[in-house]
Design a protein around this ligand. Structure first.
Ligand code: NAD
Length: 352
């Protein structure tokens, strides 16, 4: 079978990454060409052996192209996605798929009208740290998970370039927030019953750059996310508590541990006050070592290339799409409500 020919719109940081990564790891796809409004990007693409189209219309008019990947600033995602679908292309769009849920509904309508594939590059579903947490939960290693903290902390200050402009869809909620919310809603296959958000603009006037997000799931789990840009001492990437254990992942290298309760190890409750480093307290006194044991973290080795292999499988009719627009719509509904929660200064009930 002929290889699926792909073209990329936007040859900046992420467009370049798509080109190089697909070339390196997805032999089923031929990365053919690009379109970018910047002369310098077009020159770099030519040097990288790519065909450079003369316009977006030129790219979309190439009948040999079966897949278009869109990697331009966020405010252009909707119009270019719709144009590409109408031109008969299968489309992969970078995250955030759109600026809000209404825009995504417009794309989904055109997807339905054209019958073409539309997916969103939620590549962080293939992050190893995330997969370890998800596997621990799916395998029941922690019992019922009731608290999750998912934290990413940078230290370089502002949101740079177009990410610092509201009209481009800048800001942290639409940048990293969308990844962490997508992970949360992919891990918990259940309704979101309330959300809250505190979106601070500390270093980048006009957009949120340091944020706290909160989701309450129907089963009662409290899921807290933090993204910051001026943090000089990082918290662990993940801290997860369940009825039978606690898991911590320290960093992107996935060092960490999973502590579990021993099934029949009785723990004596002290009637008398216990004198601890925390002062006189029974509730916060350290748990005796003999009631716990350490399990190795689940051995997860996800391969990001499976995202594009799935796209090929769907086009060939052999696989079901993994990252579906309907899932992204749930995420965008949550994002809409988070902007509202921040503007009103109060949490929002929902059933999403
Ligand atoms: P970037 O600024 O590095 O690149 C954007 C490119 O798009 C530039 O070369 C620019 O000239 C070009 N461009 C702008 N408007 C255009 C238009 N109308 N038509 C054609 N080209 C146009 O930005 P980036 O960091 O590569 O981000 C691009 C997209 O990728 C964003 O949506 C971003 O959220 C996403 N992204 C995703 C991830 C991820 O992990 N999934 C990581 C980084 C960026």
């Amino acid at each position: 079978m002929a290889k699926l020919r792909m073209a990329v719109v936007g040859y900046g940081g992420m467009g370049g990454w798509h080109v190089n990564s697909v070339r390196e790891k997805v032999s089923e796809i031929e990365v053919y060409g690009i379109w970018d409004i910047r002369e310098e990007a077009r020159r770099c693409a030519k040097e990288n052996g790519l065909h450079v189209y003369s316009s977006l219309d030129d790219l979309l008019g190439d009948e040999s192209v079966g897949l278009v990947t869109i990697a331009v600033p966020n405010n252009f995602h909707k119009d270019i996605s719709i144009k590409a679908l109408r031109a008969g292309k299968n489309v992969v769009c970078e995250k955030p798929v759109t600026l809000n849920s209404d825009e995504l509904k417009e794309i989904i309508a055109v997807r339905d009208e054209t019958g073409k594939l539309f997916s969103i590059h939620q590549n962080r579903r293939w992050d190893r740290d995330y997969r370890i947490v998800k596997a621990a939960r799916d395998q029941g290693l922690l019992g019922q998970v009731y608290m999750v903290k998912s934290i990413v902390q940078g230290s370089r200050g502002a949101m740079y370039g177009w990410r610092g402009h509201k009209e481009n869809g800048g800001g942290m909620l639409l940048d990293w927030g969308i990844h962490l919310i997508d992970q949360a809603m992919n891990m918990f296959d259940e309704k979101v019953v309330s959300v809250d958000a505190h979106l601070m603009s500390m270093y980048t006037p006009g957009v949120d750059d340091n944020i706290h997000l909160f989701i309450r799931f129907e089963s009662g789990c409290s899921y807290i996310m933090e993204m910051s840009t001026n943090c000089l001492i990082n918290l662990p990437r993940w801290h997860v508590q369940g009825t039978e254990g606690t898991l911590q992942i320290n960093d992107w290298g996935c060092s960490g541990k999973l502590m579990k309760l021993k099934p029949n190890a009785e723990m004596k409750w002290e009637d008398d006050i216990v004198y601890t480093e925390a002062g006189p307290t029974r509730t916060m006194a350290p748990r005796p070592e003999y009631t716990m044991f350490e399990l190795p973290l689940p051995d997860e080795q996800p391969d990001w290339a499976d995202y594009y292999k799935n796209i090929v499988g769907v086009i060939e009719g052999t696989q079901e799409l993994i990252v579906k627009p309907e899932q992204a719509l749930r995420v965008m509904n949550v994002v809409d409500l988070m902007f509202k929660a921040d503007a009103e200064g109060k949490g929002q009930e929902c059933r999403i």
